[in-house]
Design a protein. Structure first.
Lengths: 778, 524
C-alpha cells in the first residue's frame, strides 16, 4: 500500500506541469474560444528564454532573420551579458517574453481568426506551434536544455514515513501549482476582469452589449495563459531533466486531458485533473514493470492515461461541455460542385503517364518519379480529409492513423512467417500471417480501417468542432501506442517492419523499386494513378449525389438537417466510414510504395501535418486535395525545390515557413490554394484558346514588365543569401512568381481575396436542393 | 512557401530524435546556432571551398602540421608506440601515413568518386548537422592532405578526390526514401547513413547493390540488413549491452543485484531482453549458454525498468530502481535520456560513490557531463568513441593521442565549427570517412581499383582492423542475426570531471550470449 501511495505522490511533480498547462488551455478557451495546441510551445519558448539569458546572457527574440542579405539583417538576439544574467533578471525576461508571445499570438493570429470556422482556429494554433518550434530550433538549437531549478532541489528522506526519498523540487512544484491555481481562481471568480471573461465566454454578444471588449479580454487571457505556461516550465521543467522544443510542445496532449476534466471552464478542477493524471501515470508506470501487469499494455500504459481521460470526458459529457459563444463564426468554405471530371481526369492522366515514362531511367531527374508517386498517394489520403472535414465538417486528426491500420493489417495478412526473402536473405524477425494474396489482404486492411473509422466517429455523434478534433487526436495516439508500437498486437518484433509483397496484375509486376534500385517504375506510378482516379471519382460523385448533399446539410446545420429528415448520427458515421476507407486505400498504397510498414510511418503528428496540407490546398474540394498532395512531405514541390535549390539550406527555415503558411492561409485564404488558383487557370485556359498574334503582343506588353521585374529580382536577390544557385531557373521562377502575385492581387482587388462567392458567412448549402455551389473544374 | 516546412511528425523520431539531439553534445553553446551563426557557417564554408586551391590551404596547413608532427613525435614519434595487435590491424601504417602527410600534404587528383551521405537535418523533430559538417571537413582533409581515395602516401601517389553528396532529410519515412532515391539517381558509389529512424532506405540501396555504411546504428535494420556495415562504436546494443553486463559483473566483484533501466523503444525491447536480461540469466544459470562464465553468479538478480525516451519526469522510475538496492546500475540510452536519468537519480540523493553507474558510450556528452558536475564524476562508460574528444594532454595511449590531435586540429582547419567538433556524432562521422580513406589506400596498395564495391568488400572482410578514433572493425565476425554489426568490441572509461580515464581496454561481452536462443521479448 505504501508503494501505491508513494508512486501516486511521485507523479504529482509532472502532474503539476499538466495542471498549469491545462489551466492555460482553459483560460485561452474561455477568453477566445481557441483550443491552443501551441500551449506547450509557449512554455518551451519561455523556459528556453529563461535558460539562455541565465546561461549565456542572450535574449533570443521570437522571430528570424528573413532578409535575404548578408549585410542588412533583422535583429534576432540581444547580448545582455558575457557571463549570463542573474536568475531574477532572467526570470523577468522570460515573463516579458511570455507577454510578448501572448500578445503576438492574439493580435497577429487569433484576433484575425476570431470569427473563423473551428478548423481555421485549429490550423492557426498548429501553425503557431510549428512556428515556435522552428524559431526555437534556429535561436536555441535543437538540443536539449537542462535549466537550473529555481526551487530547492534537495531530497526529503523517508518522505511521509514511506521509507523512500522524495525530490524537493517536485514538492515545491506542487505547492506552487496549487498557489498559482488558487490565485487564478480568485482572479476569475472575484474580479471584474474575471467576471467579464466569464460573461464573454458564455455570451460574447451579451458582453459587448455590457460594454466589455471581448478582444481586449481575449488579449489579456492570452497573455495570462502564455505567462502561466512559462511559469510552469520554469518551475516544473527542471524535474523533467533535459527539455527540448518538441518534447515540451507534446505535453499539450496530457494537458488537454486535464482541461477537459475541468470541462474547459473550471480552473480548480483542471488543476486537480492535471495532478491526478500525473499521479495515475506514475502509478501505472510502476505497475507496468510487475509480472502480473498485462504485457500488451505494459509499454504504453502511462501514455494512454490522458487519452482515456480525454475520451471518457468527451464521450460521457460531450453534449454538456460548453461550446464557447462568439459574436460571429464563419463556416467552412463551400464545397464546390465538381464538373467536367472525366475530361480533366483524362488530361491529367495523360500528363502523369507521360511523366512516368519521361522520368524512368532519367538520371538525376528520376527523383521526380518517386516525388510524383508520393504526391499521388498523399492526394488519396487528403481526399479522406475532404470527405470528413470538407463535406461533413467533422475535424478528424486521425486520418493517417487509419491509413496505418489498413497498411498494418494488409502487411500482416500478406505475411506467411517466411524466414527468408525471395532473394534468399535471412529475415531475422519473421512475421507470421496467413499469406493471403495482395488484393484480399488489401481489401481486409481497408475494411478494418473502415470499422476502426466508424469507431473513431462514434464520439462525433455527441460532440463536434474542436472537441472532436481533440478526441480524434486521442484516438490517433491510442492507435499509435496500443497498436502500431505494440509488438504484441502487431506481431512485429523489435520494431522490425512488416514486409509488403509487391502487387501484380495479370502478370504485370507492380513493384515500386526498379531493377536498378530507383523508384521510377512507370507501372507502379500508373497503378497508383488508377487507384487515385478511382478515389477521385468516388469523392466527386459523393459530392454530387444525395449522400453528399446530406453530408453538406449536416455540415451546415445539424438541427436543420435532422428536421429535414436526415439521420444525423448515421450520416456522420457513414462519412467517417467512407473517409476511413479512402484513408485505408491511401495506407495500402503507402505500404506498396515503401515496401514495408512500421510504426514510425503512421504517428499521430503526421496526421496533423496531412490535415494541414489538405487545408492549405483547399479542404473542401478534390482540387484542394491534389494541391495538398503536391505540397506533401517528399512530394513533387519539395523535391523540385531541393533539385533546383539544393544549396539554399531552406530546410533550416521550413518549420517556420510551414507554420507561417498555415497561419496566413487560415487568416487570409481559408479556401486554400486550389480555389484561389482555379480562376487564374480557367482564365488562362480560355485566353490560350482564343489568343492570336495581337493578343499575345498585348499580353506581352501588359505582363512583360512584371515578369522582367520578377526575373531580375530572382537573379539578384537569391545569391545575396546563398552562394550557389541556378542562374537559369531562379529568374524564370522569379518571373512566374511575380505574374502569379500580380494575378492574385488583381483577383483580390476584384473579388475579395479570391474567395468563391459566398465563402465567408454565406448561407449554408441547402440539403435537399441542388443549390448552385461554385463549380470545381477537374 | 516550401512544403518541407510542414513535415510529418513521426513520434518515434520525435522521442528518439529529441534524445539523440542531446547525444550530439550540442547543448548550450556560447553562441547558439542563430541565423547569425548560420551566416558564419556560410562564411566558413567559403573558406572551405577555397581550400582546394591548394597553395593557400597548404601554407596554412603546413604551419599547423609542424605543430602536430612535433607534438606527435613528443608523444611517441609518429608510429612509435603503435601496435597493430593492440590498436587494430593497419594502425601502424595508418599513423605513419598521416604523419607523413602532415609533413608533406598530398592533394587528390583525377575524377572524383561520389560518396553519398544521408543525414537528418533541419527538422525540429531531429536535426544533426554535425554529422555532415564533420564529414565534409574530413573529406576536405582527405582530399587536400591525404591524397584522396586510393592514395599511396608513402610514395607520393595521389588517389581520387571524394565528392561528398549530402542529402539532408526530414524525420519522415517518405523523406528517408526520397534521399535514397536521390543519392542513387546521383550515381554515388557508396552511401553513408548517419542516423536513420526508419530503415526503409536499405531496400532501395540493396536493389542497386549499393553498400551502406551506418555511422550510428539504432534500428533493427541497422543491425541485421545484409549489405549494410554498421561501424558505430560498440556496434549498437550488440556490443554495448553485453559489454555493460560483462563490465558490471566483473569490475565490481561478485555482485548480486543489478539495476537495469532500459530504453523502451521497439529496438530497445529486444536489446534489453536479448542482450542484457539474457546475459544476466546466463550468468546466474537460469538460461543455458556456452559462455565461459555461464552459471558463475548463481545469486545474481536484476531489475529492469523500461524508460520511454524523453520521459518528462523519471522520478518514479528512479525510485523503483533505487528501491531494488542495486550494487551496480547499467543504462544504455541515447544522449539526453542518460542525463535525465542521472539528474533524476541525483534528485533522489544518489551519488556515483554510493552505487556505481555504468552508461553506454552513446551517453558521452562533454557538455552534459560538465553541467552535471560532481554527479557525473565517477560514472563509467562502456563503448567505443570518446577518446578523440579528450584533452590531448590527458591522453596517454600514443595512438589515441595522435588521432585526437588529428581530429581536433585538422577538422577545425578545414572549416568545422569548434562547437560542432565536440559533439559525439561529429567524431563518428570523421571515423567513418577516415575508415573509407584507409580502405581506399589498402585497395590501391593491392593494385585494385577504388570503387564502391571494392570498398564494400574491404569492410565485409574486416577482422580486427584499425578504425580511427574507435575500437577495431570486424564485420566478418558479426554473429547472426546481427550480421551488419561491425564493431562489437568495447572499452570502458571513467569520467574524472575533466576527461575520460581508461579503465579497461578492448573487451567484449558477446560470449555471454553465445549458444543461446534469441530472446526478442519478455515471452519469447
Amino acid at each position: 500500500m505504501s508503494d501505491i501511495i508513494f508512486f501516486l505522490l511521485a507523479g504529482l511533480g509532472l502532474g503539476s506541469l499538466y495542471a498549469m498547462l491545462g489551466a492555460g488551455l482553459v483560460i485561452v478557451y474561455r477568453g477566445s474560444g481557441v483550443i491552443n495546441f501551441a500551449q506547450g510551445a509557449f512554455a518551451m519558448y519561455g523556459v528556453f528564454t529563461f535558460d539562455e539569458a541565465r546561461r549565456n546572457g542572450y535574449l533570443r527574440l521570437p522571430w528570424f532573420d528573413f532578409l535575404p542579405t548578408h549585410t542588412v539583417n533583422v535583429p534576432v538576439s540581444i547580448k545582455l551579458s558575457d557571463e549570463g544574467v542573474s536568475t531574477p533578471v532572467a526570470f523577468v525576461l522570460a515573463i516579458a517574453m511570455a507577454v510578448l508571445i501572448g500578445l503576438m499570438a492574439h493580435f497577429l493570429v487569433f484576433r484575425p481568426l476570431r470569427s473563423a470556422a473551428p478548423l481555421g482556429k485549429v490550423i492557426g494554433s498548429l501553425g503557431v506551434m510549428l512556428y515556435l518550434q522552428g524559431v526555437a530550433q534556429l535561436n536555441f538549437g535543437g538540443t536539449g536544455r537542462q535549466p537550473e531549478a529555481i526551487t530547492p532541489d534537495g531530497v526529503f528522506q523517508n518522505f511521509l514515513g514511506l521509507d523512500k526519498a522524495y525530490p524537493q523540487g517536485a514538492f515545491w512544484a506542487v505547492v506552487l501549482a496549487v498557489v498559482i491555481g488558487a490565485v487564478l481562481w480568485l482572479l476569475f471568480q472575484f474580479t471584474r476582469f474575471g467576471l467579464a471573461t466569464r460573461a464573454a465566454s458564455s455570451n460574447e454578444k451579451g458582453a459587448v452589449l455590457l460594454g466589455y471588449s471581448p478582444q481586449l479580454l481575449a488579449a489579456l487571457n492570452w497573455v495570462i495563459a502564455s505567462v502561466l505556461a512559462t511559469l510552469a516550465a520554469i518551475i516544473v521543467g527542471p524535474i523533467g531533466g533535459s527539455l527540448t522544443p518538441i518534447g515540451l510542445s507534446a505535453l499539450v496532449v496530457a494537458s488537454l486531458g486535464a482541461a477537459l476534466i475541468g470541462r474547459l471552464t473550471s480552473i480548480p478542477i483542471t488543476m486537480a485533473g492535471g495532478l491526478l493524471l500525473g499521479a495515475v501515470q506514475s502509478l501505472l508506470g510502476f505497475w507496468a514493470s510487475k509480472d502480473w501487469f498485462p504485457t500488451i499494455l505494459s509499454s504504453g500504459a502511462r501514455d494512454v492515461v490522458p487519452l482515456v481521460a480525454i475520451g471518457l470526458v468527451l464521450f460521457l459529457r460531450g453534449k454538456k461541455l460548453p461550446l464557447r459563444g462568439t459574436v460571429e463564426e464563419k463556416r467552412l468554405p463551400l464545397a464546390p460542385y465538381p464538373v467536367r471530371i472525366k475530361q480533366h481526369m483524362i488530361v491529367w492522366s495523360v500528363i502523369v503517364i507521360v511523366a512516368a515514362f519521361l522520368f524512368e531511367d532519367a538520371g538525376p531527374r528520376s527523383v521526380f518519379a518517386l516525388a510524383l508517386v508520393t504526391s499521388l498517394i498523399a492526394t488519396i489520403l487528403m481526399l479522406s480529409s475532404v470527405v470528413i472535414t470538407g463535406y461533413i465538417g467533422q475535424i478528424s486528426l486521425a486520418q493517417l492513423s487509419l491509413a496505418g491500420v489498413a497498411a498494418f493489417i494488409m502487411a500482416r495478412m500478406m505475411a506467411d512467417g517466411a524466414k527468408l526473402t525471395p532473394d534468399g536473405a535471412v529475415i531475422p524477425f519473421p512475421v507470421s500471417g496467413p499469406g493471403l494474396p495482395w488484393p484480399i489482404a488489401a481489401l481486409i486492411g481497408i475494411l478494418v480501417a473502415v470499422i476502426v473509422g466508424v469507431i473513431v466517429g462514434l464520439p462525433a455523434v455527441r460532440i463536434r468542432g474542436v472537441q472532436l478534433a481533440v478526441v480524434t487526436i486521442a484516438f490517433a495516439i491510442s492507435l499509435q501506442t496500443l497498436y502500431f508500437e505494440n509488438s504484441k498486437a502487431t506481431g512485429l518484433t523489435a520494431g522490425a517492419p512488416a514486409n509488403v509483397k509487391p502487387a501484380s496484375f495479370f502478370g504485370i509486376d507492380l513493384k515500386s523499386i526498379g531493377d536498378r534500385g530507383l523508384k521510377d517504375r512507370p507501372e507502379f506510378m500508373i497503378f497508383v494513378l488508377v487507384v487515385l482516379l478511382g478515389a477521385i471519382a468516388l469523392v466527386a460523385n459523393l459530392r454530387r449525389n444525395g449522400t453528399g448533399r446530406r453530408f453538406l446539410a449536416v455540415r451546415a446545420n445539424e438541427r436543420a438537417a435532422a428536421a429535414a429528415g436526415i439521420n444525423v448520427s448515421r450520416t456522420k458515421l457513414l462519412a467517417f466510414g467512407i473517409a476511413a476507407g479512402i484513408a485505408g486505400i491511401g495506407g495500402v498504397m503507402l505500404g506498396f510504395n515503401q515496401n514495408d510498414v512500421s510504426s514510425a510511418g503512421f504517428v499521430y503528428q503526421a496526421s496533423l501535418a496531412y490535415l494541414a496540407f489538405a487545408y492549405l490546398g483547399g479542404i473542401t474540394s478534390v482540387n484542394g486535395a491534389i494541391v495538398g498532395g503536391l505540397l506533401a512531405p517528399a512530394g513533387l514541390i519539395t523535391v523540385t525545390g531541393a533539385y533546383f535549390f539544393a544549396d539554399a539550406e531552406i530546410e533550416n527555415y521550413t518549420a517556420i515557413l510551414g507554420g507561417l503558411g498555415m497561419i496566413i492561409t487560415a487568416i487570409q485564404n481559408p479556401n486554400g490554394i486550389a480555389p484561389t488558383l482555379q480562376p487564374l487557370f480557367q482564365h488562362f485556359g480560355r485566353w490560350l484558346r482564343a489568343a492570336r498574334g495581337p493578343e499575345w503582343a498585348a499580353a506581352g506588353k501588359r505582363l512583360g514588365p512584371t515578369f522582367v521585374v520578377g526575373a531580375v529580382l530572382g537573379y539578384l536577390v537569391w545569391p545575396l543569401r546563398v552562394e550557389t544557385y541556378s542562374q537559369f531557373w531562379m529568374p524564370l521562377l522569379g518571373g512566374f512568381l511575380a505574374l502569379m502575385a500580380r494575378g492574385i492581387y488583381k483577383q483580390a482587388r476584384a473579388g475579395g481575396h479570391g474567395a468563391p462567392p459566398g465563402a465567408h458567412g454565406a448561407p449554408p448549402v441547402a440539403a435537399t436542393t441542388s443549390t448552385p455551389a461554385p463549380a470545381e473544374v477537374g | 512557401m516550401s512544403s518541407r516546412g510542414m513535415r510529418a511528425r513521426p513520434a518515434l523520431a520525435l522521442f528518439c530524435g529529441l534524445a539523440l539531439i542531446a547525444a550530439a553534445c550540442g547543448g548550450d553553446d556560447e553562441e547558439s546556432p542563430s541565423t547569425d551563426a548560420a551566416v558564419e557557417t556560410t562564411a566558413a564554408t567559403e573558406e572551405t571551398d577555397a581550400a582546394p586551391e591548394t597553395t593557400a590551404a597548404t601554407e596554412e596547413t603546413d604551419g599547423a602540421t609542424e605543430t602536430t608532427a612535433t607534438e606527435t613525435t613528443d608523444g611517441g614519434g609518429g608510429a612509435e608506440g603503435i601496435d597493430d595487435a593492440i590498436h587494430g590491424t593497419g594502425a601502424e601504417k595508418f599513423v605513419a601515413d598521416l604523419t607523413a602527410a602532415s609533413a608533406s600534404p598530398l592533394a587528390a587528383e583525377g575524377e572524383p568518386i561520389k560518396i553519398g551521405f544521408q543525414n537528418p537535418e533541419g527538422d525540429p523533430n531531429g536535426s544533426f548537422p554535425e554529422f555532415s559538417l564533420a564529414a565534409e571537413a574530413t573529406v576536405e582533409y582527405i582530399n587536400n592532405e591525404l591524397g584522396g581515395l586510393g592514395a599511396d602516401i608513402a610514395n607520393g601517389v595521389p588517389g581520387r578526390p571524394i565528392e561528398l553528396v549530402v542529402c539532408k532529410m526530414a524525420i519522415t519515412p517518405d523523406d528517408s526514401q526520397r534521399c535514397a532515391n536521390e543519392l542513387l539517381a546521383d550515381g554515388v558509389e557508396l552511401v553513408f547513413s548517419s542516423i536513420n529512424f526508419f530503415g526503409n532506405h536499405f531496400p532501395t540501396y540493396a536493389a542497386a547493390d549499393l553498400p551502406v555504411i551506418v555511422i550510428t546504428p539504432i534500428t533493427v535494420g541497422d543491425f541485421t540488413s545484409p549489405g549494410v556495415y554498421s561501424i558505430g562504436g560498440g556496434g549498437g546494443c550488440l556490443g554495448v549491452h553485453t559489454g555493460l553486463v560483462e563490465f558490471a559483473t566483473t569490475e565490481f566483484g561478485d555482485i548480486e543485484r543489478l539495476g537495469i533501466p532500459w530504453a523502451d523503444t521497439p529496438p530497445g525491447v529486444v536489446c534489453y531482453y536479448d542482450l542484457e536480461k539474457k546475459p544476466v540469466d546466463v550468468l546466474n544459470g537460469s538460461v543455458p549458454g556456452d559462455a565461459e562464465r555461464a552459471g558463475s553468479l548463481p545469486n545474481l538478480t536484476s531489475l529492469g525498468v523500461p524508460v520511454k525516451p524523453a520521459t518528462p519526469d523519471v522520478t518514479p522510475l528512479v525510485t523503483e530502481i533505487l528501491d531494488f538496492d542495486p550494487q551496480v546500475i547499467i543504462f544504455s540510452a541515447q544522449g539526453a535520456d542518460c542525463w535525465n536519468w542521472v539528474d533524476g537519480m541525483g534528485r533522489l540523493g544518489w551519488t556515483p560513490d554510493q552505487v556505481p553507474l555504468v552508461l553506454s558510450g552513446a551517453c558521452i556528452d562533454f557538455e552534459a557531463m560538465a553541467a552535471a558536475g560532481d554527479l557525473a564524476k565517477g560514472i563509467y562508460f562502456v563503448g567505443a568513441p570518446g577518446a578523440v574528444l579528450n584533452p590531448i594532454d590527458s591522453i596517454e595511449d600514443p595512438r589515441d593521442r595522435f588521432e585526437a590531435e588529428i581530429y581536433q586540429t585538422k577538422l577545425i582547419e578545414y572549416g568545422l565549427d569548434p562547437a560542432e567538433l565536440n559533439k559525439g556524432f561529429a567524431t563518428q562521422a570523421a571515423t567513418g570517412l577516415m575508415s573509407l580513406w584507409s580502405y581506399g589506400a589498402q585497395i590501391a596498395a593491392d593494385g585494385g581499383e577504388v570503387t564502391g564495391a571494392a570498398l564494400a568488400e574491404k569492410y565485409a572482410a574486416s577482422a580486427g582492423d584499425h578504425l580511427f578514433g574507435s575500437t577495431p572493425l570486424s564485420c566478418s565476425t558479426a554473429p547472426a542475426p546481427y550480421v551488419a554489426v561491425c564493431n562489437a568490441e568495447v572499452s570502458a572509461t571513467q569520467w574524472n570531471g575533466e576527461a575520460l580515464v581508461p579503465v579497461r581496454d578492448r573487451f567484449s561481452g558477446l560470449d555471454l550470449v553465445a549458444g543461446t536462443e534469441i530472446k526478442p521479448g519478455p515471452d519469447a
